[in-house]
Design a protein around this ligand. Sequence first.
Ligand code: PLP
Length: 391
Amino acid sequence: MNVDMRLADRLKKVNPSSTLAITSKAKKLKSEGFDIVTLAAGEPDFDTPDFVKLAAIEAINSGFTKYTPTSGIPELKKLICDKFKKDNSLEFSPNQIVVSCGAKHSLFNTFLVLVNPGDEVLIPFPYWVSYPEMVSLCQGTARFIKTSPKNSFKLNPSDLIKQINERTKILVLNSPSNPTGCVYTKDELKEIADICVKNNIFVISDEIYEKLIYDGLTHVSIASFGKEIKDLTITVNGFSKSYSMTGWRLGYLGANEVIAEAVSRLQDHSTSNPNSITQKAGLAALNAPEEFFSKICTQFQERRDYCISRLSKMPKISPIIPKGAFYIFCDISKTNLSSTQVANRLLEEKYLSLIPGQGFGADDYVRLSFTASNQQLEKGMDRLQDWLTKL
Ligand SMILES: Cc1ncc(COP(=O)(O)O)c(C=O)c1O
């Protein structure tokens, strides 16, 4: 029996994650004993902090291991409202918050409740790999908007206007961005917000890297410009990147109560509540002092600066200096190879793993993560330099 033919049509169009493909190949080589340097990870290298782990252990010991309300426990939703107010100047009430199993889940829920077949979703590219696949799973149409390295890969308002038509429903924004590390300024976001309000377009604002920001910049939430844009914006955030909690699976969104209620209703019939223990861990995480992030940012910024200084001296590669997140997007067009060829050859010939840009909609680029120890970064840079010099 040909099972492939019998899969639901919606799955046939979904591509496997290109980031996962190369990382699993690297993991396999590592398990076979090869000395692999991994600059591919989408997660911080530090451990989940003890104050978070202890809260989870306490939750288990006290028997907090049963179903909770679908959209999250009231204390956590209240603390998320406080966080939105303090960090993002956004006033939400708990009925406008839905806690889910990771920001990815919050994003997918949002697409599921908003996208009808044929609706168009505007996605600036390079983009995070999962946005187009999520849109496709919802039978929407992803319409990509090209951005330029000359503008740090930020969406140009006139390009946005050109793509809007009567089927346009949503714009996806991701600042700080994976993979480019670009960070939008207040003025840039205000201009985009005005266009979305004028054209009645929803904004899904993925702010998962908000705390990882460099050079003294501050993160701005697009929903903070007033009631009209706030009503149209679904602000998504999570615990994975800021607190190194990728395996715990906890994310959340703040939105208009009608959207939040729809997301909660959807979640009632899919996952129900996010893990009860993880929610208690999330409570502890949100109580972290601000110095917790400044320490991480200082360390990441030093690593970024080290990699940029090395990369800028190498032939055939041009890095874009990231202002946030923990990735460096590098132009490799001068190698005359595709991004997949570069990533595969570096892995096979130099045991160095990076992510090809092809899955982000940018085949002239590779993505390098600087969430590795200084020693690993140095080793990785040496291998890359050696390979490029001999190419
Ligand atoms: C831009 C972006 N959004 C969302 C996510 C998903 O995060 P989570 O682990 O909370 O599902 C990621 C993870 O890589 C990401 O890079």
